[in-house]
Design a protein around this ligand. Structure first.
Ligand code: G16
Length: 538
């Protein structure tokens, strides 16, 4: 108790400041976060004592601008913090200074935590200028309880190392080098199945968003044994983090990053600021921009896996998990052409992850490029048995070996731009497919995203995986009648969990209709939900 009081006085909470645990932890201007970091260090220590496992704390604000920062907590299996503990996080974050010791004690009592147990916390940070001081505040919170500071890592690398540590190395070695070795070896193994590729085919332009992902791609490259030739842009040497670059910018603006020279037809991808999201794109000979977002990625991966399962003769169920942002065309294609199970959850990888766990193979991707693939233990065992079965025929064996390497190239803990990139590149290589052929699998419905600033975004409450608004009164009726004006139209609104805005999504038969619908729905939000600023194009 005395220690909590003494240490926390060095990381005082501004009186009256109230912050909410959002879609992926706390996120706001870095100046408001010192006390939050200290307190999340303490919470991670408590969670570690409770679970008797290693817990991760990642200091990052991902896709947000450079002046913001945030914190994500990583649970024992490398997944996001369990929702039951999000409430404790909010309680600790908002306890006034003189009430903090009591708030900590309450968590200890409610969870019956044995404080004499050891704690182990892994701390990581991104490249923001505020991250060193804020991660020091986390370490102060963990204080003398045995934390391990990893320094600069991507968010998914930290998730990966937490899981490796808790499985005592069964999932891999709990180091960044171990991460590179495992994923790159699997990539090299997979691409041995590709017929001779030219240097052009191996070439990929990567936009590192001026963030941690750029540094890590550089560090990893030599493990790929020239199997991928990367031209790295926005590597942090001059530009600002996420500014006019990165996965969020490309997805929302539907155009390439500002400072990147792309030749027509060239395959490109963008990471976000902490490298847990990826989107692909190219421009055609008419200069038209083509985006291959999380939906297209999920389609490519699930098609590949389904083909391999058929070739291997393995009876494993496979599902794709999406959110309301998934393009309507992708859902139709997956259900009607691919004949895979499709599920829809609320935004936030924690929701998608848990839904994906219900299947033998769960492919989950948010349209913004955040996603991965989960293989159940039973699926991994069946694949392994077949790969080792001396009596299986060549086609089955080849498919099983490809599936085995696919399992190893993926970071199953959380969406991971780097390992997703390796998987996508390997699939294109093995199938001898160009980015244009991949793009042609289905045609996206034109869509538009806008943001509206309101006085309190919590007035908007949603249901049906965020596809319908239940409050404020009249908003859903207004959306319904606006949607009726356009063909193949759909629209929804939801409060963001990472920025202080309401997000508006609309899709329709033409870009003009999608733009008009998004605009009209934004005006309805402004009118009915206490608008402060008219629609902002993000
Ligand atoms: C986080 C979450 C994602 C979510 C995104 C936007 O991503 O991990 O699941 O899609 O925020 O959320 P919202 O619309 O609630 O602001 P990241 O990459 O920023 O950590």
């Amino acid at each position: 108790q005395d220690e909590v009081l003494k240490q926390s006085a060095l990381h005082p909470k501004p009186a009256g400041l109230c912050l909410q645990y959002g879609t992926a932890g706390f996120r706001t201007n870095a100046k408001q976060l010192d006390h939050i970091m200290f307190r999340m260090g303490m919470l991670a220590t408590l969670r570690s004592k409770k679970t008797q496992a290693t817990i991760g704390v990642m200091v990052t604000a991902s896709h947000n601008p450079e002046e913001d920062n945030g914190v994500k907590l990583v649970d024992p299996m490398g997944e996001m913090l369990t929702p039951a503990w999000e409430d404790y996080a909010t309680q600790l974050a908002n306890a006034e200074q003189d009430d903090l010791a009591r708030a900590v004690k309450e968590v200890i009592q409610k969870e019956a935590i044995d404080m004499s147990r050891e704690a182990n916390v892994f701390v990581g940070k991104d490249t923001r200028s505020s991250s060193p001081a804020l991660s020091q505040a986390v370490i102060d919170g963990v204080s003398a309880l045995g934390g391990h500071n990893y320094g600069l890592v991507t968010t998914p690398q930290l998730h990966y190392m937490v899981w490796c540590q808790n499985t005592k190395g069964k999932y891999g070695e709990a180091t960044v080098e171990g991460y590179y070795r495992k994923h790159c070896q699997a990539y090299v193994q997979l691409t041995k199945n590709a017929s001779n590729r030219t240097d052009d085919q191996k070439h990929l332009c990567v936009d590192g968003a001026n963030g941690i992902g750029a540094l890590k791609v550089r560090e990893m490259e030599h493990h790929l044994q020239k199997g991928l030739q990367i031209s790295l842009f926005n590597d942090g040497s001059k530009g600002k983090l996420n500014h006019q670059c990165g996965a969020d910018f490309v997805k929302v603006q539907q155009k390439p990053p500002a400072d990147i020279e792309i030749n027509p037809g060239e395959r490109c991808c963008s990471f976000d600021g902490d490298a847990d999201r990826i989107v692909y794109y190219y421009t055609d000979s008419d200069g038209r921009f083509h985006l291959l977002d999380g939906d297209k990625i999920a389609t490519l991966i699930s098609t590949f896996l389904k083909e391999l399962l058929t070739q291997a003769g393995l009876d494993l169920n496979i599902a794709v998990v999406q959110t309301a942002y998934a393009n309507g065309s992708s859902t139709l294609y997956l259900e009607n052409t691919m004949k895979v199970i499709v599920k829809c959850t609320k935004t936030g990888v924690k929701h998608l992850h848990h839904e994906a766990q219900k299947f033998d193979i769960g492919v989950y991707f948010e349209a913004n490029g955040h996603g991965t693939v989960l293989f159940s233990q039973a699926a991994v065992e069946k694949i392994q048995q077949l790969a080792e079965d001396a009596n299986s025929d060549d086609t089955k064996k080849r498919a099983a070996l490809l599936l085995q390497s696919t399992v190893n190239v993926i970071n199953q803990t959380v969406g991971d731009a780097i390992s997703d990139m390796l998987l996508i590149e390997a699939i294109l290589a093995v199938r001898g497919m160009t980015v244009q052929q991949w793009d042609a699998m289905y045609t996206d419905l034109p869509n538009r995203q806008l943001k509206v600033k309101v006085s309190d975004r919590r007035v908007i409450d949603t249901t049906d995986a965020e596809r319908r608004a239940v409050s404020p009164a009249g908003l859903q009726d207004a959306i319904d009648s606006l949607v009726k004006k356009y063909r193949q139209a759909r629209s929804f609104v939801r409060p963001s969990g990472t920025e202080d805005v309401v997000r508006v999504y609309a899709e329709a038969e033409t870009q003009e209709s999608a733009d008009a619908l998004a605009h009209e729905v934004s005006l309805a939000v402004y009118r009915l939900a206490g608008g402060l600023r008219l629609p902002i194009c993000p």
